[in-house]
Ligand binder design. Sequence first.
Ligand code: ATP
Ligand code: ATP
Ligand code: MG
Ligand code: MG
Lengths: 267, 267
Amino acid sequence: MGKIICLANQKGGVGKTTTAINLAASLATLEYKTLLVDTDPQANASSGVGIELTEVEDSIYSCMLEYLPDVEESDEEPVAAKDIILETEFPNLYLLPSNDDLAGAEVEIVDETGREFLMKKALEEVVDDFDFIILDCSPSLGLLTINSLTAADSVIIPVQCEYFALEGLAKLLNTIRLVQQGLNPNLEIEGILLTMYDRRLNLSNLVIEDVHKHFQHLVFETVVHRNTRLSEAPSFGMPVLAFDAKSKGAVNYMNLAKEILKKNEMP
Amino acid sequence: MGKIICLANQKGGVGKTTTAINLAASLATLEYKTLLVDTDPQANASSGVGIELTEVEDSIYSCMLEYLPDVEESDEEPVAAKDIILETEFPNLYLLPSNDDLAGAEVEIVDETGREFLMKKALEEVVDDFDFIILDCSPSLGLLTINSLTAADSVIIPVQCEYFALEGLAKLLNTIRLVQQGLNPNLEIEGILLTMYDRRLNLSNLVIEDVHKHFQHLVFETVVHRNTRLSEAPSFGMPVLAFDAKSKGAVNYMNLAKEILKKNEMP
Ligand SMILES: Nc1ncnc2c1ncn2[C@@H]1O[C@H](COP(=O)(O)OP(=O)(O)OP(=O)(O)O)[C@@H](O)[C@H]1O
Ligand SMILES: Nc1ncnc2c1ncn2[C@@H]1O[C@H](COP(=O)(O)OP(=O)(O)OP(=O)(O)O)[C@@H](O)[C@H]1O
Ligand SMILES: [Mg+2]
Ligand SMILES: [Mg+2]
């Protein structure tokens, strides 16, 4: 039974996609069969692992449609997740891609009963084929992110070492608590991950101090430093491990993978 | 008749809020009466100009409700924009704040007729009181951003000098084109603003080259450099001009204001 981990934060540009891609690639390198699911219509996770977006026909949304109560009436051909999972050039790393259909998803499912459980249902048929499933979310607390939080076993919260990123944390933790109380009682917080840390900046150090003060038991030991190789790698369509394995970014994300494995008592 | 300029980009963390706050403050310093409208539930623009979020009772959403066809039935007391505009500590700079109500707005107005025009109507009664109205948007192309694009005279597109930010540009320009064809034929592109430029980084230079190659007539001459004073200023609740007027960030945004004034033939 694979573990489903979701990356969520409504603040934009905090490193959700960078973490999803590079954590998934690190787990894959450690021989865990890993599925990266791109639930963001921007499709950054898909292009960041080298998938050509114009060739993607179906996304996770086509699989979710299959579980709508009145799907017989819709002329869209429902699709099983198994049938649209793509291999990447990276061993043990697979992708369930995103495409433009996702942009209209939230408005289309808003009146459906059981709308928060569609992604969970879509992933149920593949969860046993993988050791880890990593969900990348868009910068929002809308229905797609709620679907991801409902499908997940745990959530990683990337927090950029900046002031605005700190502000939104309380609201995100509140949304997670609501999901735990209603839609997904088993949802745990895997951890708060500090990203784009730059030790030369006073602000970076203040944010780290603040996060440790308020949430110390939730914060990962691993801190991801600001590292240009992390932002260059996606332009070559590859995780940083394939682009520059000796870079600080690659080392940070490999450490994060190992810290998560240790915490979950996996070899 | 004040000019309404909206900041839009569905990619997160590209500098929409930083541009909205600091452009508005620069225009205010040049003696133009300026209103900053925070349409993002994250309320970063509101806190970035020193407004205490817990004290905000009404947001732009309460004003939009006033224009719903069946507002008599709703028990929410509609509110006029004039009545909730706040002064900031910065001369000539006013704020229409955000609050949590905005988070539910898109789902609540999705079935209303004329739903895209609600913000335009709400701002019509104050547009003559200001020289400029600057709208900050959330990282999404949902109904609130569509409302902002429909209300605006022009749109500024901040593009971070990073690979993922470049990818989303075509989709955003397509959305703008759709708004111009249907909802707001007068909408112009004020310009594409390159942000967080770091001349030492190869990637930064590649992105600048690429944007100039494809969109040269749309790109502002002003480029906003990466500058820590810009990210420190919001933690003190002030625009960078008030925090450190000699910083590169303050100079960049003042230049942007002057470039926009010149383009619009204003003194
Ligand atoms: N540690 C890092 N060092 C340097 N650059 C980074 C780092 N992490 C992420 N980046 C870059 O910062 C930008 C924002 O990161 P990313 O796109 O992963 O954030 P996100 O939270 O997924 O954004 P969105 O909210 O739009 O989905 C990207 O251009 C990425 O390449
Ligand atoms: N030129 C710059 N130099 C350094 N830091 C910057 C610059 N512009 C913005 N920042 C910082 O980068 C982060 C992202 O910027 P900002 O929040 O303005 O982006 P945004 O597009 O409004 O994000 P969102 O998509 O979440 O609304 C913030 O922490 C901000 O302080
Ligand atoms: Mg992302
Ligand atoms: Mg913002």
